[in-house]
Design a protein around this ligand. Structure first.
Ligand SMILES: [Zn+2]
Length: 57
């Protein structure tokens, strides 16, 4: 299914078998979103916390 990027509005492809808590990345701007909730035909994304990841050099 597709979700709109909250940053740039591009389509983010969310796999049908994606699980809550998984991270999806916008192909356009590279923003990371976490799957906050998921039902049969809808999915909610929230900005991913970058805890534990590097913050860039
Ligand atoms: Zn984006």
């Amino acid at each position: 299914m597709k979700k709109e990027c909250q940053d740039c509005g591009a389509d983010i492809n969310v796999p049908d078998d994606a699980l809550v808590g998984e991270i999806v990345t916008c192909p356009d701007c590279g923003a990371d979103f976490e799957i906050a909730s998921k039902a049969q035909n809808m999915v909610e994304l929230k900005p991913a916390e970058s805890v534990g990841e590097d913050w860039g050099q």
